[in-house]
Design a protein around this ligand. Structure first.
Ligand code: 13P
Length: 282
């Protein structure tokens, strides 16, 4: 039984100079590919559901499925809520057995983000789970040239110490040049800003929007203080492409498509686990 709250594993990653991956799942195929690959690579990690997914009619059932698969896994796996959109969704996740949550107040004014995050941290800690928050705002890759590339949403380093001290948050997502989804152009990551933020606080720092970053960028962010990296889009594109290729080859079996998708998820998960230095840590 290896369902865990990720706090201790993240502390080990931070001390050891590697990063733990978080992968967003949406169904059985993606979950199976993730868990099988994490076991093969002996990598601790977080498997996450987006806030909106949990709110769907089948969201709680999917969470229960991931939870049981994590319990059966031979490596530490956290069931995490990703981008929790409200206090209510976070409570829903806690009731559904999530072991860690992200509350995303990054669209709120600073004081409001602090107030809401503080409330979530209080609730999360009361039941022994870790809480991640976002300071600054990681935008979308599809509007990268009009947002991230112009440094819009970047974390203001002068707010970091206060945010962490007042909220008591366990891990902090920061905006330093990445974006969610496929990038319009190439991402540019501000490592100086990362180093500055790293000096302000000692909790694990989180990089969102992993898909589309180069191997060198991942290595550099880890070397400069990132301990958790979220990846989603790349996995789903890889699985989609693998299924499409199989279909073009004349295959029409639904079961074969499922196996192909699971294998593609597993291949990408293993790749990231190795790249981030998480493999062999469990
Ligand atoms: P990508 O889909 O860009 O990899 O981002 C994932 C993410 O940050 C989820 O929180």
């Amino acid at each position: 039984m290896s369902l865990v709250s990720i706090g201790e594993e993240l502390k080990r990653a931070q001390a050891g100079g590697y990063a733990l991956p978080l992968f967003d799942t949406t169904d059985v195929q993606s979950t199976e590919g993730m868990i099988q690959a994490l076991e093969e690579h002996r990598a601790p990690a977080m498997v996450a559901l987006y806030s909106g997914l949990l709110e769907r009619q089948n969201g709680r059932a999917l969470a229960a499925y991931v939870r049981v698969r994590a319990e059966q896994a031979s490596v530490p796996i956290s069931l995490m809520l990703d981008h929790g959109a409200s206090f209510e969704v976070v409570m829903h996740a806690i009731a559904a057995g999530f072991t860690d949550v992200m509350y995303d107040g990054s669209g709120l004014p600073l004081d409001e983000n602090i107030a809401q995050t503080k409330l979530v941290v209080r609730a999360g800690h009361a039941v022994g789970i870790c809480v991640e928050a976002e300071l600054g705002h990681v935008g979308s890759g599809s509007e990268y040239q009009s947002f991230g590339a112009l440094r819009k949403g970047f974390t203001d380093p002068t707010t970091v110490e206060r945010f962490v001290a007042e909220t008591g948050v366990d891990m902090l997502a920061i905006a330093i040049g990445t974006a969610h989804g496929m990038y319009q152009g190439d991402p540019e990551i501000d490592l100086d800003l990362l180093r500055t933020i790293r000096q302000q606080v000692d909790i694990p720092l989180v990089l969102h929007g992993g898909s589309g970053c180069s191997d060198a960028q991942f290595r550099a962010t880890i070397e400069n203080g990132i301990s958790k990296i979220n990846v989603a889009t790349d996995l789903f594109r890889a699985a989609g492409a693998a299924v499409a290729e199989t279909a073009v080859g004349g295959e029409a079996s639904y079961h074969v498509f499922g196996r192909v998708a699971t294998a593609a998820f597993g291949e990408r998960v293993g790749y990231y686990a190795d790249l981030f230095g998480a493999s062999g840590r469990a």
